[in-house]
Ligand binder design. Structure first.
Ligand code: DC
Length: 225
């Protein structure tokens, strides 16, 4: 079993890196942000304030989340429905960040994440993978980049999906979300003491993948296909 934890702020390129690594290693890629996004999505459809921890906690018994993996892709089901791109909207990012600061929500999603990592070789990305979900991961990477570079990447992604957004709004939203994710009391988005911190502001995706592959080879030997 190989377990690789990739943490870091939004827009650092975690999912691109994690997907490439998982494909090269022939193991599954687990996107844990999708779980918080799914809870955020449900909270929004119910018209509940995502910062109202009591009201959010009261909704949790109504939520059943399942993760499925097919051909290297992760699909998240909410009460039997595959939500697809619905959880990728900018307002759902804010809902996800707000609900992720609520201890009951983190407890609710803990076992789903731990069991995937227990039963499979994984590359898992999130905010607390190296600190909480897989504290004994073989490799822990904390991927980061400057605010402007991350916001520009996120802006380009949203434009490519046909969304009508302004760069300044994306930057402001990202800073607000990161400050909350980093500053929360429970499982804050900070590097594990044994994480390798990589700043990819000046790298292409391919260069970041190669950097991490070198780290893996150094630590685990020639397991890369
Ligand atoms: O990675 P993402 O942007 O899809 O994550 C959405 C939000 O979920 C993010 O703002 C913080 C939260 N999150 C978390 O608290 N812990 C994780 N392991 C993954 C995401």
């Amino acid at each position: 079993m190989i377990r690789i934890a990739i943490d870091g702020p939004s827009g650092a390129g975690k999912s691109t890196l994690a997907k490439s690594l998982a494909a090269r290693l022939g193991i599954i890629y687990v996107d844990t942000g999708a779980l918080y996004r799914t809870v955020g999505y449900y909270v929004k459809t119910k018209g509940v304030d995502p910062k109202d921890s009591g009201a959010v906690e009261a909704l949790l018994p109504e939520i059943k989340i399942e993760l499925k993996y097919e051909a290297g892709m992760q699909y998240v089901y909410l009460n039997g429905e595959n939500l697809g791109e619905k959880i990728r909207q900018p307002d759902i990012s804010m809902y996800a960040s707000a609900v992720s600061a609520i201890p009951a929500v983190r407890r609710f999603l803990l076992e789903t994440q731990k069991s995937v990592a227990r039963e499979n070789s994984v590359v898992m990305d999130g905010r607390d993978i190296g600190t909480v979900i897989i504290p004994d991961a073989d490799i822990k990477i904390f991927l980061t980049a400057s605010d402007e570079v991350r916001a520009r990447r996120r802006y380009n992604e949203l434009l490519a999906k046909g969304m009508d957004v302004k760069y300044e709004d994306v930057l402001a939203d990202m800073k607000e979300r990161d400050a909350r994710d980093r500053g929360r009391d429970i499982a804050p988005a900070t590097p594990a003491p044994d994480a390798i911190i990589l700043d990819n502001s000046d790298c292409t995706n391919e260069e970041s993948v190669e950097d991490v592959i070198s780290i893996i080879k150094e630590k685990l030997g020639d397991i890369i296909i």
